[in-house]
Write a protein that binds this ligand. Structure first.
Ligand code: ADE
Length: 227
């Protein structure tokens, strides 16, 4: 999969993609990430990419021209399956959305800043608008990092234990069950007997029951599709 990102602050994306699972995905050749400085397509020699909004009001808007030039230039060498704009008024990112996007080959993500991007780019180029939650970030970069991470870890071969993503919270409309590690007793607090029983059928049943219980207690809303 190739993910390209347009941003006026590419530096913000250096660290998230250079560690842990997303770094490994790139090293294994399963994921390529290209971050482009939008100012490369600036409208003048001062690197301008934004302007005041028509109708007045505080905050600058990223202009059509740099975005359209960037999209058209990048599209010439790669046909995008999705052009995603990260925005608080987009569709909420869920595990289902991450699963869908992990099946695409070429994705372009546009990070907004200031007041956002000119609506005409959204109308004519963007295929999907995604929000990572009901709060406003200073720009789309951190949201893009979250989106790339949620997609990248799902690509086949990225996680060393192939099955582990299957047991993530949300993957079955259930939260993940509690987990424990050594020592078996810490300050007198003992791990549940079943987990050290060696009986894998019982362990799986226990995990499923715990996942159900946790989901009913904390997030009954995500279970509604299943029951
Ligand atoms: N840009 C600013 N806030 C955002 C959010 N919550 N999700 C996605 N992109 C954003």
């Amino acid at each position: 999969m190739h993910i390209q990102i347009l941003s006026v602050l590419p530096e913000l994306l250096e660290s998230p993609f250079n560690h842990s699972i997303i770094r490994r995905a790139q090293e294994k050749g399963l994921l390529e990430i290209s971050v482009h400085q939008l100012r490369r397509w600036a409208v003048n020699e001062y690197g301008q990419v934004d302007d005041y909004q028509f109708g007045g009001g505080a905050g600058m808007v990223i202009m059509c021209e740099p975005l359209v030039k960037a999209i058209e230039e990048l599209s010439a060498s790669e046909k995008f399956d999705e052009i995603i704009f990260l925005t608080p008024d987009g569709d909420r990112l869920t595990q289902t959305v991450a699963n869908q996007l992990s099946l695409r080959k070429n994705i372009l993500m546009i990070c907004g800043h200031y007041k956002g991007i000119d609506q005409r780019v959204r109308d004519h180029f963007v295929t999907r608008e995604i929000s990572i939650g009901d709060y406003v970030l200073s720009g789309g970069e951190l949201a893009a990092a979250v989106l790339v991470d949620s997609i990248g870890r799902l690509l086949p071969g990225v996680l060393s234990d192939e099955t582990s993503a299957l047991f993530d919270s949300f993957q079955d409309n259930l939260l993940a069950p509690p987990v424990y590690t050594r020592p078996e007793v810490y300050r007198g607090w003992k791990v549940p007997d079943v987990l050290v029983s060696g009986d894998h059928k019982k362990i799986n049943e226990w995990r499923y029951d715990q996942a159900l219980k946790r989901t009913m207690e904390k997030r009954p809303d995500i279970m509604k599709d299943e029951f």
